[in-house]
Design a protein around this ligand. Structure first.
Ligand SMILES: [Zn+2]
Length: 414
């Protein structure tokens, strides 16, 4: 996996931080600048792509993927220097009583202007645009040609997680449970066009992007220490996006994050008592209800029975598939269609949204006794702000019933 070398010059790091503060893609903090050795990463990209047959085949036909090794030697000769990620020593802490996890990521935002309400700036430099490649950390991969890329991915300039931090060896204290925020944090820019959002992509473009998600999950899992790869997207300021240009984020962690872990435990518990996958069961029931939204040959879209968000949607493969590894080429096509169906409707409402992917990373290990997590995508539009009742009671108020949401998605009307 990506080996990294520490840059000892703190001064130059601070300078760099000030210089690049406006280009932030996620919240993060001060501290050490680290130089990433891309050689190994790039080799891994090539290697893992060999394993993803469908993707490779598709990509090979188009002769679009850059040859990483050639690129590497060319780059080492060129004088263009990519910007370096600014790592921090963030920490994941657990609540004393309830045990929920909090990522403490103190950062540069503690300046008076950072307390003002901000919107994502439409003007200003677009750091993700073609021509500004040197403003991002070194490229991990791209689809396109040497001169013109269609999709491009690289390490986050302000990663929440740091691949180099060491485990702390402190005496166990039940009050203060913490661990360093170790992991990888990447950005995938899905289009060179700053005016296109995911909902404006062609079905083929969405399909290509999904295949990049698949190959990146696979590549990051080639590091055995990585236990989960969280793929998510923030669109618009209400969904936490700080950069306007369309992009997806990928966080690879040495543990399974709580929400994915709870979903897996719950699915497996259900399977052990009923011998059925809970997602397969709910899908078969819900498609007969007014919460049904959309279906094609291999995917179904539903408004979950207890939706937390206004117009929340859940996309599931109809067959029990636990990860991209089990996808056929047609699945990518159908998932792209289902995703676009939902997002195009959402566009009419002008709502910001988050998208999160869930999959089963270690199904093989216990296939016999468990269902494994049924692959799914949550689309979480961000219309309502959680208030005192939600925070105090732990009960979420949703002002749009899933039945109304589903009707809107099906018909385009209320
Ligand atoms: Zn299932």
């Amino acid at each position: 996996m990506a080996n990294v070398k520490k840059n000892k010059s703190k001064k130059s790091t601070k300078k760099q931080l000030k210089k690049t503060i406006k280009s932030k893609t996620s919240k993060n903090s001060k501290s050490k600048s680290v130089k990433s050795k891309n050689t190994k990463v790039k080799t891994n990209v090539v290697k893992s792509k060999k394993n993803v047959k469908n993707i490779k085949k598709d990509v090979k036909n188009k002769k679009t993927v850059r040859k990483m090794k050639e690129e590497k030697s060319k780059k080492s000769k060129s004088k263009v220097k990519e910007s370096m990620p600014i790592y921090s020593n963030n920490e994941i802490r657990e609540d004393y009583i309830l045990g929920y996890k909090v990522l403490i990521a103190e950062n540069r935002n503690l300046r008076p202007e950072s307390f003002k309400k901000t919107k994502v700036s439409k003007s200003g430099k677009d750091y993700f645009a073609p021509g500004n490649e040197s403003e991002t950390p070194k490229e991990i991969g791209r689809i396109g040609t040497e001169k013109k890329w269609l999709i491009r991915w690289f390490e986050n300039k302000f990663p929440l997680f740091n691949p180099n931090v060491e485990e702390k060896k402190e005496k166990y204290n039940p009050l203060y449970q913490s661990m360093p925020a170790k992991g990888f944090h990447e950005i995938i820019v899905g289009t060179p066009n700053k005016n296109k959002e995911l909902e404006d992509f062609t079905p083929k473009q969405v399909e290509e992007l999904l295949k990049v998600y698949a190959s990146e999950i696979e590549r990051l899992h080639s590091d055995k220490k990585i236990k989960y790869v969280l793929v998510f997207k923030n669109k618009g300021p209400n969904a936490g996006a700080s950069v306007n240009h369309e992009h997806t984020q990928i966080v690879a962690l040495p543990f399974i994050p709580p929400r994915a872990d709870e979903k897996m435990s719950s699915s497996n518990r259900y399977f052990r008592t009923r011998k059925k996958c809970i997602y397969c069961e709910l899908m078969n029931e819900e498609k007969k209800t007014e919460r049904f939204i959309f279906e094609n040959k291999s995917f179904i879209v539903l408004a979950p029975y207890a939706s937390r968000f206004n117009f929340e949607a859940l996309i599931l493969p109809k067959a029990h598939k636990t990860s991209f590894k089990e996808f056929l080429p047609k699945d990518y096509e159908d998932l792209s269609e289902a995703l676009l169906f939902v997002l195009k409707r959402l566009k009419k409402l002008n709502l910001d949204y988050n998208i999160v992917l869930y999959y089963e990373p270690q199904f093989k290990a216990y296939k016999e006794k468990n269902s494994g997590l049924h692959f799914h995508i949550e689309i979480l539009p961000r219309r309502q702000v959680w208030a005192g009742f939600e925070l105090g009671s732990g009960i979420i108020v949703n002002e749009v019933s899933p039945e109304t949401a589903a009707k809107f998605y099906r018909t385009g009307k209320f």
